[in-house]
Structures are given as structure tokens and as C-alpha cells.
Design a protein around this ligand. Structure first.
Ligand code: ADP
Ligand code: MG
Length: 349
């Protein structure tokens, strides 16, 4: 991959992190789904803790990636933020405003500041609408002046590398990569501060992924966007992120600067996750030891105190009895060194 990051005149990335605006802030976010049993008489037997008390913030011009196995709560986190509901458990601040304190009309106005890009560009784009319709739709919703819409759609198509001459074509006439560019143009239509991207390149051919990743990096520098990114491919995450949060069963087990988390990972789960990355250098690949996870993924329904990873944790296996008791009965809090952007939720790391 090559990116324009650093080569452009963008100063936002030269401003220290804590001097940049906080565009999105999540505090103690929880999202449960009812656990239903019974085929005929359905009854609620408990709750699935899809997101279990997570907190993070994202600054202007920065990418925070969320990684973790399937079912760890990545999509639910993004969707909970996008929902902008009054019933959110926990606090979400968008561009400095606490969403819960806003009226319905104010929340609708705030919606322009956060937009979502989905994994499957075909599923997300209505095949019966032209590119013009698709990109213009959020502008209509926003009450954008009618006579300015076509020029804005043209501008957005240029911005994402699409030919405005194709404005009247239908999504089916475009390649996968071009369709994802349409999805990105649509997301950018309202000039948002934050993009939530759920696996934005995983449905694309490997050969065209880099083009879309590089486009996202360019757009971020140019528009000072914040990205909240869910990505499966850890080499993509490493390439595009400033910070990374590792999610396990709905909780953040490690978070911080992407280089710190990748190069000096401390949580046994992060280490296992990273050990599954194929390393291109064959000498490194051969000498590398893989951590093999044993045990089943525990159910996200038992919300008892204790470390949720203990049942699969290689470190736990090596601990003496009284230390294990701590893992089993005391929930580890995120902790880290003073002034270092790297926190880990493990009693023994
Ligand atoms: P990820 O995106 O990391 O794969 P999800 O956020 O989709 O994970 O899911 C997290 C957990 O929440 C899983 O246990 C999943 O089964 C559950 N879940 C997600 N959406 C729903 C839903 N609409 N109803 C019930 N359970 C759900
Ligand atoms: Mg998902």
C-alpha cells in the first residue's frame, strides 16, 4: 500500500492528539439483546451482552479500528452509535454534544455528522436508483438547496474517483470497487465529521482493496475525517489505523496506539489474535510461535464478574491457584502506564 498520508499539506495530523477535537466519545456503552427460549411459548431467559461497558474516543483526522473475532460486538458497537437513541445505555458524544440531551430535531440535525459505510456495497445500494439518486438522497433528507444538488453530486463523484459522466448509471453497471466508492460518496454527501466503516473492503477483490483503502486515507487527510473502522484483515488495520481497540465478548481487552498494540501486545487474547496474521517474510514466518487457543468461546450471556477470557487463556493455564481465582472472580479493569497510549485489561499483564 501507498498512501498520501504525510505527503499532503494537511496539518491536522501534525497537531498532537490531545489538542485535536474529540469527534466521537463513547462512555460505558452497553447493548444487550434478549435471549429467547422456547419454540411455541417464547420467553426471555436472559440477556446477550453484545457490548459490555466499553469506552473510547476518536479525534479529528484519526482512525480507531475495532478488531476481534466474529460475534465480539464490533458491528453492534457501530450500530448502537448510529442509532442515536434516547435509550442508549451509557453516553455517546458526537462533536462535543451528548446525544441523550438533544431533542429529536437536534438529533436529526446531528445525524449529518456521522455516516456509515457498509461491507457489501451492492446490498447497501438500491439497484433501482441511479448514482445521482443514491448520492443525492442524504442531501434531500438534509434539506440541501435543490439547485445545488447536482453540482454537489458531481463534486462528490470526483472526490472518490468516479467519472461524473456516469451519474445516470445504475449500481449494477459498476464494479465492486466503484460501488464501494459510490457508498463512500453517499456517506460523505452531508460533510460528516465521522465515518463508521464496517468491513469496508472485505467484500472486495484483494486486487482492488488497496485502491479503496488509499482513497479512504486520502479523504481522511483532506477532510480531517474521523474513522471508526471495523476490519477483519489485520494488515489493513495496521496500515490505516492510528489506534486500535481489541474486543473480546463485548469488552475492550486492549486499546491504544496501533504500533504499541501490534508490537508490544500485552493481553494474551491480542497475542493470540496477532499470531494468526500471516507474516510475509518467510524467515519470520518459520521462526514464529503461534499461540493456540484452547477451550470454547464462553457464552456472552453469563455476565458474572471475572475475566471472560480465562477459559481460553494460555496465561491462565500457567498461573498458580490463587492467581487463577482472581481471574475467575474479579473482572480485570483496563490499566496502563502514565502518559502512554496503551491500556490492557489483564490482572497479570
Ligand atoms: P461482530 O460484528 O463482532 O461479529 P456482532 O456485533 O454482530 O459481532 O454481535 C455481537 C453479539 O450480539 C453476538 O453474540 C450476536 O449473536 C449478538 N447479536 C447481534 N445482533 C443481534 C440481534 N439483532 N439480536 C440478537 N442478538 C444479536
Ligand atoms: Mg460484524
Amino acid at each position: 500500500f501507498t498512501t498520501s498520508r504525510g505527503s499532503t499539506a494537511s496539518d491536522i495530523r501534525e497537531t498532537p492528539r490531545d489538542e485535536r477535537a474529540t469527534t466521537i466519545k463513547v462512555d460505558h456503552l452497553v447493548k444487550t439483546f434478549p435471549l429467547i427460549k422456547g419454540a411455541l411459548l417464547k420467553r426471555r431467559v436472559g440477556s446477550v451482552y453484545a457490548v459490555d461497558d466499553i469506552s473510547f474516543d476518536v479525534r479529528a483526522g484519526e482512525t480507531l479500528s475495532i478488531v476481534g473475532e466474529s460475534g465480539s460486538g464490533k458491528s453492534t458497537t457501530l450500530l448502537e452509535i448510529m442509532a442515536m437513541s434516547h435509550d442508549t445505555v451509557g453516553e455517546i458524544e458526537l462533536d462535543g454534544k451528548r446525544l441523550k440531551t438533544l431533542s429529536r430535531a437536534q438529533r436529526r440535525a446531528e445525524r449529518r455528522n456521522i455516516q456509515m459505510v457498509f461491507q457489501d456495497p451492492m446490498g447497501a445500494l438500491d439497484p433501482r436508483f441511479t448514482v445521482y439518486d443514491i448520492i443525492a438522497e442524504p442531501l434531500h433528507t438534509l434539506g440541501f438547496p435543490r439547485d445545488g444538488i447536482e453540482a454537489r453530486v458531481n463534486e462528490l463523484m470526483n472526490l472518490v474517483g468516479l467519472d461524473p459522466a456516469h451519474i445516470d448509471r445504475f449500481p449494477g453497471a459498476f464494479s465492486g470497487g466503484q460501488r464501494q466508492r459510490i457508498g463512500i460518496a453517499r456517506a460523505l454527501a452531508t460533510n460528516p465529521k465521522v465515518l463508521a466503516l464496517d468491513e469496508p473492503v472485505s467484500a472486495l477483490d484483494v486486487s482492488i482493496q488497496a485502491g479503496v483503502i488509499n482513497l479512504l486515507a486520502e479523504l481522511q487527510a483532506k477532510l480531517e475525517l474521523s474513522y471508526l473502522l471495523v476490519a477483519h484483515d489485520l494488515s489493513v488495520v495496521r496500515h490505516i489505523s492510528d489506534r486500535v481497540a481489541v474486543l473480546y465478548l463485548g469488552a475492550i481487552v486492549e486499546i491504544g496506539d496501533v504500533d504499541a498494540v501490534f508490537d508490544e501486545s500485552r493481553h494474551p487474547y491480542t497475542q493470540a489474535l496477532l499470531s494468526a496474521i500471516p507474516i510475509p517474510d518467510p524467515t519470520v514466518e518459520r521462526s514464529r510461535s503461534r499461540v493456540v487457543l484452547k477451550g470454547d468461546l464462553p457464552s456472552p450471556t453469563d455476565n458474572e464478574p471475572g475475566c471472560r477470557f480465562a477459559s481460553r487463556c494460555p496465561l491462565f493455564q500457567t498461573l498458580p491457584e490463587q492467581d487463577r481465582a482472581r481471574c475467575l472472580h474479579e473482572t480485570p479493569a483496563l490499566h496502563g502506564g502514565e502518559g502512554v497510549d496503551h491500556l490492557v485489561a489483564c490482572h497479570f499483564r
